[in-house]
Design a protein around this ligand. Sequence first.
Ligand code: C5P
Length: 245
Amino acid sequence: MFSANQIIVALDVPDFQDGITIVDQLPEVSFWKVGLELFIRSGPAILSALKERDKQIFLDLKLHDIPNTMARACRVVTHFGVDLLTVHATAGKTALQASIHAVQSEAHTIGVQAPRLIAVTVLTSFSPSDLASDLKVSLPLSDYALALSSSAQSIGLDGVVCSPQEARQLRNQCGKDFLLLCPSIRPSWAKSEDQQRVMTPIQAVQAGADYLVIGRPIIAAPDPRAAFQRIRDEIDNEVGRNEWS
Ligand code: C5P
């Protein structure tokens, strides 16, 4: 069953005030994604404001650096009390291990819950031909994403960001405890914009997504609250009612 707090709404807005306005306009949303633009502009203040409102936070920083730098950044993020943090799978085994060790040891030291680390494999804006032409990766896109996911899981990451089109295969390959976060969600009534490998919310849930990450179809809708409600209703009608709050 799928519950309301499994829809993460991407707070892709330019600044703190715009962010808080949307958060307060959508009281039903319990899980928010803070990405690069908003975090670079507002810093941890936006995270504190979300925590004050008892929201869960997905901090989508997509960290990718040398092991020492990633570990140090992960230690700092642990103090923010976020629930999920993204790192690039292509940062490599040593950097990913250092990141895991950093969040766990820092969380232990300061007595908080460690953020769960989520690997980014192939950005969902990439098409199969982009992967070959831009990154010179000759594997088919789905094989490459699966290989990076497997390796992230074996290193000890908690889950991956994946295209909903990869979710079913990843669920089979990685088992039920590995978290699958799916952006590239487009309700049939929304524009696909720059997302390439899109599915509707219902299709993504049926494919095995643990979390749907949805931005513009909600926050850029003429009525964001109605758009969020419509997505909830669509999932509810198709997949069954459970714990909507
Ligand atoms: O507006 P839209 O629904 O396309 O937003 C999707 C969100 O998910 C954006 O904030 C984007 O940065 C994020 N995301 C993504 N693909 C990934 C990781 C995160 O689209 N691989």
